[in-house]
Design a binder for this molecule. Structure first.
Ligand code: AQP
Length: 330
């Protein structure tokens, strides 16, 4: 039995936040030891909301370097840019033909995002989950590390795989979610009822993985808390709860230990220590990022090699799909 396959992606729709780090990248690193991992910078997903070309270019390259700085090793995993592997868009088209409009209408992320950007509403935002299904199914993915927000999309990928398999015979692996019980959802520092998002218009709402020391400290100081004045891990204090989650994830200390340690102490004390914890945890990542990002030819080699590897697997699956649906082989 070979290793199981894992697929996950991150959108270059901005610079990555500590939410992306805690909820995704940090989890991806240990998976490399056990699974055959495909990690993609999903630029085709990013254009479902308007992007400036120069920013998209920069974010894509930054993210490749950042993933490596966080511990994604291109020798262990296949690290690639989605648009370099044309099979993603090709399979998405085929999958579109077996996706019901009603299914896409029910997607909560579409409903949320369409509310946010009314005038820019485009068809790609609507069919985004179909492209995501293609991303996953192209590599015969067994496991997809998903957060709560992506569960519905993975369900669609499973549904489309099963529908195709029963219509045309066994072709796709039906993927399973890889749920991490410890991974907390990191919330906005300005409104702890919504998730921390890299495309938030308020830069105080998020901490970027590459923020410098001064920015990290400033943002933590300004983070919204409450008037209770007690460090407790409670849904009634969502701001403090979120900061405890961040503390715990970066320090490795348990929530219980943290709450115990700060019993009877004020928010100022806690925030000051949190600043140090975050600054020190991100420092080595930022230093390693600078080194990798400055070596343009190495970066190129990594994403070209990654695309070659990914294409090799993707092509085999796509060929099979085309044959089954009756397309004439090239
Ligand atoms: N706040 C978060 N807490 C925990 N996990 C998070 N992720 C994102 N934000 C948080 C996880 O990061 C992975 C990559 O996400 P993505 O870039 O594909 O898009 P996203 O989930 O839509 O992230 P953003 O930052 O909110 O991007 P924008 O603002 O462009 O929409 C995913 O596994 C996600 O769960």
């Amino acid at each position: 039995m070979g290793k199981k396959t894992v697929f996950s992606g991150v959108q270059p729709s901005g610079a990555l936040t500590i939410g992306n780090y805690i909820g995704a990248i940090k989890r991806w690193v240990p998976l490399q030891e056990k699974y055959d991992c495909y990690y993609s910078i999903v630029d085709q997903h990013a254009i479902t909301v308007p992007q400036e070309a120069k920013d998209l270019r920069k974010n894509t390259l930054d993210i490749i370097a950042l993933l490596m700085a966080c511990g994604i090793d291109p020798k262990k995993s296949t690290l690639f840019i989605q648009s370099h592997v044309t099979e993603h868009a090709e399979l998405a088209w085929v999958l579109n033909s077996i996706t019901y409009m009603g299914q896409l209408n029910r997607m909560t992320q579409f409903k949320d995002k369409s509310k946010r950007s009314d005038e820019n509403l485009n068809a790609a935002l609507f069919t985004y989950p179909v492209l995501m299904a293609a991303d996953i199914l192209l590599y015969k993915t067994d496991l997809v590390p998903v957060g709560d927000d992506q569960k519905q999309h993975l369900e669609l990928a499973r549904d489309l795989a099963e529908r195709f398999n029963s219509r045309y015979s066994d072709t796709f692996t039906v993927p399973e979610p890889l749920i991490d019980k410890s991974g907390a959802r990191i919330m906005s520092l300005q409104d702890p009822t919504v998730k921390m998002s890299k495309s938030d218009s308020d830069e105080n709402a998020y901490i970027l993985i590459l923020d410098d020391e001064a920015a990290i400290k400033r943002k933590i100081k300004r983070a919204v808390t409450d008037s209770v004045g007690e460090i407790a891990y409670s849904d009634d204090q969502p701001g403090i709860k979120n900061l405890i989650n961040i503390y715990s994830n970066f320090s490795g200390d348990t929530v219980e230990d943290i709450v115990q340690r700060y019993k009877g102490r004020g928010y100022g004390d806690f925030k000051k220590d949190l600043e140090e914890v975050v600054v020190e945890a991100l420092r080595p990542i930022r230093e390693s990022f600078e080194e990798i990002r400055s070596d343009k030819s190495y970066l190129e080699e990594v994403y070209r090699e990654g695309a070659k590897e990914a294409s090799y697997s993707a092509m085999k699956v796509l060929r099979k799909v085309h044959k089954k649906i009756g397309f004439i082989p090239r």
